[in-house]
Design a protein around this ligand. Sequence first.
Ligand code: C5P
Length: 323
Amino acid sequence: MIPSGLVPSDREVRVRAPGKVNLSLRVGALEADGYHCLATIFQAVSLYEEVIARPSTKLRVTVSGQQADLVPTDLTNLALQAAQLLAAHTGAEPAVHLHLHKGVPVAGGMAGGSADAAAALVACDALWGTGVPRDELVELAARLGSDVPFPLTGHTAIGTGRGQLLTPAMSRGEYHWAFAIRAEGLSTARVFGVFDELIAGAIRLEPEADRALMQALRAGDAHGLGRALHNDLQHAALELVPALAEPLAVAEDAGALGVLISGSGPTVAALARSRQHALVIAAAITAAGVADQVMTAVGPVPGARVIQGTRMRTADGAADDSD
Ligand code: C5P
């Protein structure tokens, strides 16, 4: 996964952060700040973003992996914003070369960009030796986006507020997923906009609604979890991309315990009975030709962590700080 031409040595920090699926996403009223209040349950899944941070004379980002061409490399890139925010917070020089290796669908409703930002915070903190405590990193993450704190903490968590206020949730066992991925992403803001048009009236969050889901997670009951999966944004995502009904139906026909659109979509998530069954569902989606790509994963998994943190040299032995 290391970009070509680079070998690990002692000036590189490599961090891995997971994507997520919202097991439940309940959306409340639009607030004055332009955000909706949410009650959601996140599960981190084993599709990973890798961020490699290495010294540079300036702030720059490069991208590899799936759909890399869809990722902006200007200052709208959330990983660059994360590096800038950490630098401003700690007084460090905002100079780093971040390389993002994409493993989570881009603009897919699985928080890939947020995982990049979470991983960039951890990577820059390690590279710069700024030693920011995890709870402070989580606060910085929340300033970058509603979905950024969760890939830092990982596992299973309840999200409230805009989705950024996290409480760990009990979960037993492993849950196997098949994902139907669409090449063209969906804008989160646009999906929330259609949600508002469809609802057009007062709505009230019912935090108690997910009692059965939490009980299933505590018991390690995949069938119970499948029955309780819920996404208030699903109608809005289907309104924007009606063809998403196809992978939902194919996964259901293949015996999925539950199917839903992940977050604001357009990725379709199907809960399977086992790893083998996830492969069967993925094969059915591929055979039906109703997705651009399929992936399987397991959850829950831990949050952003350094998987290598040493100095780095290019393959020809020169330090990579000339850029
Ligand atoms: O927080 P983030 O930048 O990821 O949100 C992207 C957009 O999604 C926001 O600008 C807003 O339009 C919408 N959103 C929302 N309510 C939330 C989270 C996001 O309306 N709780």
